[in-house]
Write a protein that binds this ligand. Structure first.
Ligand SMILES: Nc1ncnc2c1ncn2[C@@H]1O[C@H](COP(=O)(O)OP(=O)(O)O)[C@@H](O)[C@H]1O
Ligand SMILES: [Mg+2]
Length: 264
């Protein structure tokens, strides 16, 4: 299990002022969970993800995985960003196999594993293509396959579907729900979309800016229904989904009181 305790990050801006990007954030990412951090732009979501990834040191607090402190990037965490970071001159197959290559896995074996992952993200027919011949949604699928290639415990995703059109986005959400149901990976997922958070999250952390902190927490299970049926329609129409969506909307649009709200 991944545990974040009192995570605080303060930046020194170029003009010398201090930016309190994260303020004493604590939560766990339990096995078999999709923990979603939801909030408006600037509330510290990426700072939090980068800290978990090991790219961003904390000013105060701790992050640990199964009791071991996180002090930098590691193969136990795979990262997917909004903008893909694929190598343009490498084929889709070699992009997926990249992490395995760094680990010294011989080519036939890393290609075998990469092909399995391309099947998982439904891109088997595209393995020989360069990324620039793929659509945005397909490139994000390659990015997910690449992040999964080193078999990380946890997948960290920073608004991975934020730049996609709404239909592609729905397909990607369904794919992610299916991958989660099949692989049982722990996922930490960032979004500013309330519907996306409720559709995918088993745990939802609502964040507010300046300083970035968690102002409400929810548990949800719409993702299991979604993963089974592959149909988002009934989820979006579920009365409990609608009432939670409106409740979270009111929190995000209301100034924080400082008192954290809890619901299950
Ligand atoms: N390297 C940095 N130096 C100074 N300020 C930063 C830096 N990175 C982020 N910030 C500030 O920290 C706050 C949180 O940023 P970020 O984590 O990117 O938010 P989000 O991902 O929720 O949009 C913002 O006010 C942002 O301007
Ligand atoms: Mg961000």
């Amino acid at each position: 299990m991944l545990s974040i305790r009192n995570a605080t990050v303060k930046f020194r801006a170029a003009d010398g002022t201090e930016v309190h990007a994260l303020d004493s954030v604590s939560f766990d990412i339990p096995p078999d969970s999709i923990v979603v951090a939801l909030g408006a732009s600037g509330c510290g979501k990426s700072t939090l993800l980068n800290a978990i990834a090991g790219f961003q040191p904390l000013t105060e607090g701790t992050i640990s995985i199964d009791g071991e402190a996180v002090n930098g990037p590691g193969g136990d965490r795979g990262v997917v960003f909004q903008k893909d970071t694929l190598l343009p001159w490498s084929s889709v197959l070699d992009n997926v196999a990249l992490g395995l290559r760094y680990r010294g896995v011989p080519k036939p074996e890393r290609h075998r594993q990469a092909r399995d992952l391309l099947k998982l993200v439904d891109l088997s027919d595209f393995e020989a293509k360069p990324p620039y011949e793929l659509s945005g949604g397909m490139r994000q699928r390659v990015g997910i396959a690449r992040a999964l290639a080193t078999d990380p415990k946890i997948l960290l995703m920073d608004e991975p579907f934020g730049a996609l059109d709404s239909l592609t986005r729905e397909n990607m959400q369904q794919l992610l729900a299916a991958i989660w149901a099949r692989t049982g990976k722990q996922i930490f997922f960032i979004t500013h979309s309330i519907e996306e958070a409720l559709t995918l999250g088993t745990h939802i952390l609502v964040m507010s800016p300046r300083p970035g902190r968690i102002v409400a927490r929810y548990e949800a299970d719409f993702v299991r229904q979604f993963a089974l049926s592959g149909d988002i329609g009934p989820v979006l129409a579920n009365p409990r989904f609608v009432s939670l969506r409106e409740e979270i909307r009111s929190i995000i649009h209301k100034p924080a009181t400082g008192n954290e709200r809890q619901a299950a």
